[in-house]
Write a protein that binds this ligand. Structure first.
Ligand SMILES: Nc1ncnc2c1ncn2[C@@H]1O[C@H](COP(=O)(O)OP(=O)(O)OP(=O)(O)O)[C@@H](O)[C@H]1O
Ligand code: SF4
Ligand SMILES: [Mg+2]
Length: 384
């Protein structure tokens, strides 16, 4: 899907003035295969299907959406860990798709990933020192034993661990400490962009805030740019300058964090936000609650027209079922608030009112014997 902002402005520029990351109409479709003897492709999982977004230098962009909506796949496509089916990813003024060899290695150093589960992403047989040294060496950043030791000490201290942590192994740390090591590993190659995929969802609530605060402090100190992926809206709100909301492979709304939480315009975002309880009991009783009925459709058979029309309480005849809405800036909003809904203005003004939605049975497109390349993730049904 194309966007007003993305088409109007030029690509990110190499002179450091444009956005650091420019994702243009990116799609990732995974083939679905059937047959034991003859392996045939019988369809595709449209995990990411036409996403355009930009992330500016020093910014934190939060990406939210239900499980399976394509957040991680988009993150992986940005880091070139997944090849986009179509679309382009520009990093610091360069299209990363044609890069090879040394150029690719140099570019790879500049974007790093922090994973949800630090235990499974850290090698249990390697000490912290060994792990960080490996990162330095892989990217030609080793400066001799003494300088390297000083650098490693600085790194663990930066993430709030004592220098003694260097000699220890992943299993000797708590979950929060392991995530700090994961962050140190990402930092050791001096990246510009960090894609953090659910960085705190495996941690206890009390530890979550510490790790989020650490990410914030490191951003201030090192001028980092973040893409933070999370299903937890509170986490995203806490850390993000701007937030993008995904639904079934597409971006349905994007706005500065405060604007999105103050005035969500897309029906899906409204439903997401209305599901979060507020601490004030009076306000809790008065506020609008939008319960979504029906299952999240399969990304192997996304509905035609607006992807959200099977669950949308504002759905209008014909257009919603047939025409996919573009992500566009809604006039009169602040900070380039973009929404993919034909009726965003009418919903905003209250001219259109929500109605009841009859739950529809999700279509089983795969049929017996068909397997996606990887099992589907569990669908979290909102409003249950
Ligand atoms: N390698 C793959 N092959 C086939 N399908 C895949 C592959 N990776 C992801 N998918 C499918 O693509 C869709 C999007 O998955 P993705 O992991 O990007 O979602 P997500 O938003 O990160 O979900 P979660 O919140 O559960 O992490 C899902 O239906 C998933 O099953
Ligand atoms: S385009 Fe139609 S179905 Fe889609 S969100 Fe807007 S009102 Fe709902
Ligand atoms: Mg994910």
């Amino acid at each position: 899907m194309d966007t007003d902002e993305a088409t109007a402005a030029p690509h990110a520029s190499v002179d450091g003035t444009g956005p650091l990351l420019d994702v243009r109409d990116v799609a990732v479709h995974f083939p679905i295969r059937r047959g034991l003897i003859l392996d045939r492709t019988i369809g595709h999982v449209y995990a990411v299907d036409g996403v355009s977004l930009r992330i500016h230098r020093g910014e934190t962009y939060g990406l939210v959406g239900e499980s399976g909506c394509g957040k991680s796949t988009l993150g992986r496509a940005i880091l070139r860990l997944e090849k986009p089916t179509f679309g382009e990813v520009w990093f610091d003024g360069r299209d990363i798709a044609p890069l090879k060899g040394e150029e690719l290695r140099t570019m790879r150093r500049r974007f790093q990933m922090v994973f949800q589960d630090p235990m499974s992403s850290l090698d249990p047989r390697q000490s912290v020192e060994g792990m960080l040294m490996e990162g330095l060496k892989a990217h030609g950043l080793s400066r001799g034993p003494e300088a390297d030791r000083a650098r490693l000490r600085e790194l663990v201290e930066q993430v709030g661990l004592p220098a003694a942590a260097l000699r220890r192994y992943p299993h000797e740390f708590s979950g929060g400490q392991r995530q700090r090591i994961g962050i140190a590993r990402a930092l050791c190659v001096e990246p510009d962009l960090i894609v953090a995929d659910e960085p705190v969802s495996a941690l206890d609530v009390s530890v979550q805030a510490q790790v989020l605060n650490l990410l914030g402090r490191l951003q201030d100190e090192l001028g980092l740019t973040y893409l933070v992926i999370a299903h937890d809206l509170a986490v995203v709100r806490h850390v993000s300058d701007r937030v993008g909301v995904m639904y079934l492979g597409g971006l349905v709304e994007e706005a500065p964090s405060q604007a999105l939480y103050d005035e969500p315009l897309h029906p899906y975002t409204r439903a997401l936000l209305s599901a979060i309880p507020v601490p004030d009991p009076e306000l809790e009783d008065r506020r609008e609650r939008i319960l979504l009925t029906g299952d999240l459709p399969s990304p192997a058979a996304p509905p035609p027209g607006c992807r959200f029309h099977t669950r949308c309480p504002w759905r209008q005849p014909e257009r919603c079922d047939t025409e996919r809405p573009e992500l566009r800036v809604v006039e009169g909003t602040v900070g380039g608030h973009r929404v993919a809904c034909h009726y965003a203005e009418q919903i905003r003004s209250g001219t259109l009112q929500p109605h009841k939605v009859e739950p529809a049975v999700a279509e089983d497109v795969l049929g017996p014997g068909a397997v996606p390349d990887q099992p589907g993730s569990v669908t979290e049904i909102l409003g249950r």
